[in-house]
Design a protein. Structure first.
Length: 333
């Protein structure tokens, strides 16, 4: 029989406790001291809130380690807002009598059973975990159905799509392009500082030869380790932003025909030459009409969704223990 890891045990505990306790189940404490928030009379406990913070931090931050101070306070606020919105949206979904996709829920539970069914904890607490998982997945299902229905927007007429195109030209503008040639002296990323310094010196000598009139194409064939060496160093037209920040900065300072100073990039030391440019250009409406309609539908759906959340909040009685929210737990201090 498998033994679950500590992380797995805490994951299952989080799923069970949150699924059994949050979003609609009455809090157990009679004196209200462990209540973090109430949403139209439904209580969210501090434990439920901290479990959501823990889960969200694991998905958001490197190694699950939350930031310190004010940044973590803002993160906790965002988690609280999501919990409140979820409670309101679940209430609305149930008001609309939305039903979960039970086949999908069964399939989701089957994944957990297949993955963890042989662990000691699943053997002893499986029924409780399945109940918790089913409740959580059913809630997710009806929330997805609600969101899909709200975001489902009727197709726009031609005038509406064209107005969206004209109001948002940045969405339909082809970025500028640079035609660039390069001589790259390859250096392994793990190379010693001495190797990098030697490559810089060699690149400087090549640059001096170019400035004296040597052929860029010939020197690219002789010295460059980039695949473009076979094409005399010509990388073709590249959209601005495709290269590394160091390379883009060096190229941006060039006029057509000019050479850059040696630049350190991930692959080594490079000398760039700007050979031609294409300015950014707004694509004609006829070529992007379908894309414009898709973006309009997406934006309109988002507006409708946010409007629903705002309406539900405005019509609800929401109370949050702000002092507890702002008082960071010991592990985050």
């Amino acid at each position: 029989m498998k033994r679950e890891s500590f992380a797995f045990g805490k994951l299952l505990a989080s799923i069970v406790l949150v699924a059994l306790g949050a979003y609609g189940q009455p809090a157990q404490a009679a004196d209200g001291t462990d209540v973090f928030a109430t949403v139209d009379g439904v209580e969210i406990t501090r434990d439920e809130f901290e479990l959501e913070v823990y889960s969200a931090a694991r998905q958001t931050f490197y190694h699950g380690r939350p930031p310190a101070g004010d940044e973590f306070v803002e993160f906790r606020k965002s988690v609280a807002d999501k919990m409140i919105d979820r409670a309101l949206l679940l209430k609305e979904a149930r008001r609309r009598d939305l039903r979960p996709d039970r086949e999908r829920v069964d399939a989701q539970i089957a994944v957990y059973e297949d993955r963890y069914g042989d662990t000691e904890r699943w053997q002893t607490e499986g029924p409780q975990m399945v109940t918790a998982l089913r409740g959580r997945f059913e809630e997710e299902s009806i929330l997805e159905t609600l969101e899909s229905s709200v975001r489902s927007v009727e197709a726009a007429d031609e005038a509406t799509v064209r107005a969206f195109y004209e109001d948002n030209p940045e969405l339909f503008t082809e970025p500028g392009q640079n035609r660039v040639s390069v001589i790259l002296l390859g250096v392994p990323a793990s190379a010693t500082p001495e190797v990098w310094q030697a490559a810089r010196g060699e690149a400087q000598r090549i640059l001096e030869r170019l400035q004296e009139g040597a052929s860029f194409e010939e020197l690219a064939k002789l010295h460059s380790s980039d695949a473009s060496a076979a094409d005399d160093g010509d990388m073709g037209y590249l959209h601005i932003g495709m290269l590394s920040a160091n390379a883009e900065e060096a190229i941006a300072a060039l006029k057509i025909g000019e050479l850059s100073e040696p630049v350190q990039v991930l692959e080594g030391i490079a000398i760039f030459r700007l050979t031609a440019q294409k300015p950014e250009a707004l694509r004609v409406f006829e070529d992007v009409r379908q894309r414009a309609e898709e973006l309009w539908l997406r934006d309109r759906g988002e507006q409708d969704w946010q409007a629903l959340v705002a309406e539900l909040r405005s019509l609800s009685d929401i109370n949050v223990d702000t002092n507890y929210l702002l008082a960071l737990p010991e592990y985050a201090q």
